[in-house]
Design a protein around this ligand. Structure first.
Ligand code: 57M
Length: 361
């Protein structure tokens, strides 16, 4: 909004020319995001405690989690609030990519909110059934995929898949790109949801992934740099840098309170939309396959569950002491903070590797 309000005045007030720059507005969004989440945090936690909106703990989980009973949850609502205000304030609101990712994020946020509300406030442990969740997530992601693919400004390459490390490898999925995009968005959403099982374990890699995609969005939206790096140039994706900066910063502010021992959990209202947002940015910037590397921690967590369930169903034996894999390390005796920080370290290494693929092509 500030871009619309102040940049046109730059003819009279020269300093407003700075609103033309995505980098400046991304810093503005980041500062707004972290300040908002740091200010909202204590108020939100107090309110959740007053309303007794606290986490119930499953008895079949690691015993160390029983002490977490009653921890305020649904903190994702404050993250989404900070992201919305920062993005609407600093991004170019005429940009279709920004509206696409805002639509997916907040529509998925409604699913998470209803799930949390039913589970915690209405004490209905089922919440939204897995099937219903998957249906609505799929519908939202399918709508986004179709909008991206059929948009008149989309270039003919929209359906083309590119691969990290292999600059000459490209597969044109054509119409199949729409269900593919849906799988990326829904997969990312659910993988982040599974990962959110220790204090800060999900928000750390979310911050790292959002920061990485802030860089990737800027590069994909700059024709000169995209040409030099031989990555797809998608006009307008630079504005997603503002959204990603807001998301990373709002996540950092939330981490202040979610750090071990957590004062608040994000809830499904946080994990589902934040994962969907990352998947959507990956699709919009055409870095879909790269997301498997950048978000490798989320992939590891989801794959560990699939392996555990498959093994148990076929052989009756478990591969891990407990899935997702963060519980396996907990049951091996690693203290919770050690599991969390080691997963963050791996996430940082994967992000560095992903950015290095831009040159190693
Ligand atoms: C999402 N939710 C956490 C919190 C957070 C198929 C199966 C793998 C599903 C999976 C499952 O239920 N996943 C749901 C993970 C839960 O966190 C809440 O959920 C929100 C995220 N959606 O924001 O509100 C618990 O995680 C802990 N937590 C923290 N700090 C945080 O900052 O300590 C969360 C955030 C919280 C808290 O204890 O209560 C969760 O773990 O449920 N199921 C599992 O993950 C279960 N695994 C399992 O059953 N494994 C089986 C099979 C099915 C693979 C096996 O290994 O044989 C584990 N989770 C629980 N109990 N709760 C183990 C059993």
């Amino acid at each position: 909004m500030l871009y619309w309000l102040l940049y046109p005045l730059s003819k009279h007030v020269g300093v407003f020319n700075v609103f033309k720059y995505i980098t400046f507005r991304s810093f503005g969004a980041a500062i707004t995001g972290i300040v908002l989440s740091m200010i909202i945090g204590p108020w939100f936690i107090r309110k959740m405690r007053e309303k007794q909106i606290g986490q119930s703990i499953r008895a079949d989980g690691p015993q160390s989690h029983l002490s977490k009973k009653g921890t305020p949850t649904m903190g994702g609502a404050m993250i989404l609030g900070a992201i919305a205000i920062s993005t609407l304030l600093w991004a170019d609101l005429g940009n279709r990519h920004v509206w696409t990712v805002l639509f997916v994020t907040f529509a998925t946020g409604v699913i998470g909110w209803i799930d949390d509300w039913r589970k915690i406030v209405q004490k209905n442990s089922k919440g939204v059934s897995g099937r219903q969740k998957l249906f609505w997530q799929g519908l939202i992601a399918l709508a986004a995929g179709a909008f991206i693919y059929f948009h008149p400004e989309a270039n003919s390459e929209q359906g083309v898949l590119t691969f990290p490390f292999f600059k000459d490898l490209a597969i044109n999925l054509k119409l199949l790109y729409i269900p593919f995009a849906m799988i990326v968005i829904v997969g990312a959403s659910n993988a982040v949801n599974l990962t959110d099982g220790l204090d800060g374990l999900a928000i750390g890699p979310i911050i790292i992934t959002a920061t990485t995609y802030a860089v990737l969005s800027y590069l994909a939206g700059n024709s000169k740099i995209a040409g030099y790096l031989q990555i797809p140039y998608i006009p307008g994706t630079g504005e997603l840098t503002v959204f990603c900066a807001a998301m990373a910063a709002a996540g950092l502010g939330f981490l202040w309170f979610n750090a071990y021992p957590a004062e608040v959990f994000m809830g499904d209202v946080g994990s589902l939309p934040l994962g969907a947002a990352i998947g959507t940015v990956a699709v919009l910037t055409k870095n879909e396959i790269l997301l498997a590397l950048v978000g490798g921690i989320f992939v590891l967590e989801a794959v560990s569950v699939m392996m555990q369930v498959f093994s148990f169903k076929t052989t009756g034996k478990r591969i891990f002491k407990m899935a997702p894999i963060h519980h396996h390390f907990e049951l091996k005796g690693w203290p919770e903070p050690k599991v969390i920080v080691r997963f963050w370290i791996i996430s940082i290494l994967l992000a560095i590797m992903a950015l290095s693929t831009l040159k190693l092509r």
